[in-house]
Ligand binder design. Structure first.
Ligand code: FAD
Ligand code: FES
Length: 502
């Protein structure tokens, strides 16, 4: 597996795992940017707070982001204005602008050294047919009260047709920021548990019983900051959200790297930002290659190579130092789900569906959820109401999800494998026939085979083999497992069943 610059340049955390039953007022499930920021805001109250993390802190999606801190979430505001009206569009913009200021204030107040730098953010196009979209976005954002600019030139090292520029946005090193916040939380007596995976949640009277490592935490308030909610019912987030994978490469150049943060609105989408490395040299981070997680109709083997070839067409001497990928949840109406998890489960909150803009949205979520718990009015909670079902009216996306589920749950599962295990090449995998049984097998470079039952432990869809990352990916809701069957990404909370071929 590849590793991000953020992970490589910071130490791993070392918090204990849960080894006894405890009571806490607020239990936060998930130690990514959402969970840690929510704990930080709540730590100013008198409530007792605990965070439980299945793996290590700040190692989930947050460790593999590109960490642009911006309210410019692609071309969004013209769509929001036309689909939901002025109040929702303005609430979305203002809440994310406030989140940028919140992050900056926390960094200043707590004196956090995390490479925070102000940057302009651009959505650009190199395609004449997309220029009108930029014009419309400029007009939408201006009508919502944010100063923005239409430009036809920017610091990118190639010609663009047009761009919308948001001034005064920012970038940082997400793990440096979060590791410092964790140190502050420890001093404020927040309980932090790593290697503590939640496997079950029960609502008993007015409390929640949460099961971890054979122990139990009882909590009055529960915050599901697990990226994809790990509880299926009654929230049913799996019918109103999917996961999308994206890739990034970190490049060292001989010349200086341009400033600013960029994302194109063309197909394929490309994104750029820089950062200063520990050795003092700038690293250019280039992102792209997005596709639905587990998709079987795209060729993902060439994703990194395509990014590399693209960047080498601009900088022939570019040196690729890092490669990484991850996935994020995308709601069907492009607005994240933040707030009450379900109308039937009081005091349980959720924050998900950030569609790859979680640096600011996590702070919007932390504020809405902490305000709900502390009984404070929040002007933006109606923008993000998590219990809404309207997104499934997006018949195109909902239809695609339904079709995928029918294929993966029924048609693929009932069909016989096309290949026999004897046809597997070294360092490849797939769902194959193994002596009359349908198995998922990865054959390593030395010919050793690792076999799993190829059905997702979330809701049972047939998994697809990802030969680029050597993982089993679920096309239904995006759970991922490594080739040995171990969980990489939720919503599943169980690893795959393994078959010993010996
Ligand atoms: C390639 C890429 C680039 C991106 N770039 C940007 C960007 O430039 N700007 C931006 O704003 N956003 C960006 N994003 C989006 C952003 O990174 C995410 O939205 C954000 O990091 C999500 O944070 P999180 O805390 O919700 O999830 P995570 O960081 O994944 O944290 C959730 C945690 O919950 C834990 N967990 C899961 N299940 C359990 C369980 N059962 N028990 C206990 N713990 C559990 C996981 O292990 C994980 O650590 C990008 C996303 C991608 C994919
Ligand atoms: S992630 Fe839902 S069935 Fe696999």
């Amino acid at each position: 597996m590849n590793c991000s610059y953020w992970v490589e340049s910071t130490p791993k955390t070392d918090y204990p795992s849960l080894s006894e039953d405890i009571y806490t007022d607020v239990l936060i499930i998930g130690g990514g940017i959402t969970g840690i920021s929510t704990a930080y805001l709540l730590s100013k109250s008198s409530l007792s707070i605990s965070i439980v993390e299945a793996d290590k802190m700040a190692m989930g999606v947050t460790a593999n982001t590109t960490a642009k801190i911006t309210s410019q979430h692609g071309l969004l505001y013209d769509y929001l204005l036309n689909s939901f009206g002025f109040d929702i569009a303005k609430g979305y913009l203002d809440s994310n602008e406030e989140a940028i200021k919140t992050i900056e204030n926390i960094i200043k107040e707590e004196k956090i050294d995390c490479d925070f730098v102000k940057q302009d953010a651009y959505v650009y196009t190199c395609d004449k047919s997309n220029v009108q979209k930029i014009v419309d976005e400029v007009s939408a954002v201006t009508s919502l009260g944010l100063k923005t600019e239409y430009v036809t030139k920017c610091p990118l090292p190639f010609k663009i047709e047009a761009a919308i520029k948001f001034p005064d946005q920012a970038q940082f090193h997400p793990r440096k920021y979060l590791i410092s916040l964790l140190q502050i939380l420890t001093k404020k007596n927040v309980n932090i548990f790593e290697n503590s995976k939640v496997t079950d949640i029960k609502h008993v009277k007015d409390k929640y019983e949460v099961y971890i490592n054979g122990n139990k935490i009882i909590a009055k308030y529960l915050v599901m900051a697990s990226h994809y909610p790990i509880k299926n019912f009654p929230g049913m987030y799996f019918i109103k959200m999917y996961q999308e994978s994206s890739y990034a490469i970190g490049i060292e150049l001989e010349k200086d790297v341009f400033d600013g943060m960029y994302i194109s609105c063309d197909d394929p989408t490309t994104s750029f930002r820089n950062t200063i490395q520990e050795n003092g040299k700038k690293l250019l981070i280039v992102g792209g290659g997005e596709h639905k997680t587990g998709a079987t109709d795209v060729n993902i083997d060439d994703t990194y190579t395509n990014l590399e070839n693209y960047i080498k067409s601009i900088y022939p001497k570019a040196k690729i130092k890092y490669k990484w990928m991850t996935e994020d949840c995308v709601s069907l109406d492009k607005i994240p789900y933040i707030g009450e998890f379900s109308n039937f489960l009081p005091n349980m909150y959720v924050a998900t569906g950030y569609k790859k803009w979680g640096m600011t949205t996590s702070h919007v979520a932390a504020k809405i959820i902490s305000d709900r718990i502390l009984g404070i009015n929040n002007a933006y909670e109606n923008v993000y109401t998590a219990t809404r079902l309207e997104p499934i009216k997006n018949s195109k996306e909902f239809g695609n999800m339904l079709k995928q589920s029918i294929y993966s749950l029924a048609i693929d599962k009932l069909s016989s494998p096309i290949k026999s295990y004897t046809e597997l090449q070294a360092d490849s995998g797939g769902v194959v026939d193994y002596k009359g049984k349908k198995l998922g097998i990865y054959k390593d470079k030395h010919g050793k085979m690792f076999a799993v039952i190829p059905y997702c432990k979330h809701l049972g869809c047939e998994l697809s083999w990802n030969n680029l990352e050597k993982t089993w990916d679920c096309p239904c809701h995006g759970s991922r497992y490594d080739y040995t069957g171990k969980i990489i990404t939720e919503p599943t909370v169980e690893s795959l069943d393994v078959i010993d071929l010996e």
